[in-house]
Design a protein around this ligand. Structure first.
Ligand code: S3P
Length: 178
């Protein structure tokens, strides 16, 4: 995989597994930096007027993944600096990774499996991780597959047992001391 760095990185992409805090952190970080905030899942959901679970049910995962790429494509050419919350599986397509690397910095929000599991308890709109008790092996398999990709991020920030403010402040320091 060839990595092309952005000559003028405008955006900040938050990547990581479901439940790692991407959306909450992205929204707060955007407000602090006076950047635009973009949640990829919410954008798709608003566009199709369906929840993520309904999109998976009605159109299938492939169609959802294409929508993810469409949103990232549009974001990559957006001039306003943006903090983007990318769905947990959004990093799996090479095309998506290239779009992120070419237009911004990526920050991996790393969270322990234990914390992720706790945070996702009772989740209803995550079709890949649903149910009263998400099987640990399902999560572990998915996380193990994605971990090496998440770790390609420009920065890694641990979110287990940390507040949103602590995480936001750490990212602000990282991106402003470049
Ligand atoms: C997914 C994660 C979800 C959402 C969709 C698929 C995944 O986003 O994009 O349910 O493949 O892990 P979050 O990471 O915000 O839960």
């Amino acid at each position: 995989m060839r990595r092309q760095y952005a000559s003028s990185p405008r955006h900040i992409y938050l990547i990581g597994f479901s439940g790692s805090g991407k959306s909450s952190v992205a929204e707060r970080l955007a407000a602090k930096l006076n950047y635009r905030f973009l949640d990829v899942d919410a954008t798709i959901s608003t566009k199709l007027r369906l929840s993520i679970a309904e999109i998976f049910e009605k159109y299938g995962e492939r169609a959802f993944r294409q929508e993810e790429t469409n949103v990232l494509n549009a974001c990559a050419i957006e001039l306003r600096p943006t903090v983007v919350s990318v769905g947990g599986g959004g990093v799996e397509r090479g095309r998506n990774r290239r779009l992120m690397w070419q237009s911004g910095r990526t920050v991996y929000l790393r969270c322990s499996l234990k914390s992720i599991r706790q945070r996702l308890r009772g989740t209803v709109d995550r079709p890949l991780l649903r149910g009263p008790k998400i099987p640990l092996n399902v999560m572990r398999t998915l996380l193990n597959r994605r971990k090496p990709i998440y770790e390609l991020a420009d920065f890694t920030v641990v979110t287990s047992n940390r507040t949103i403010s602590q995480v936001v402040n750490q990212i602000r320091k990282l991106v402003t001391t470049l």
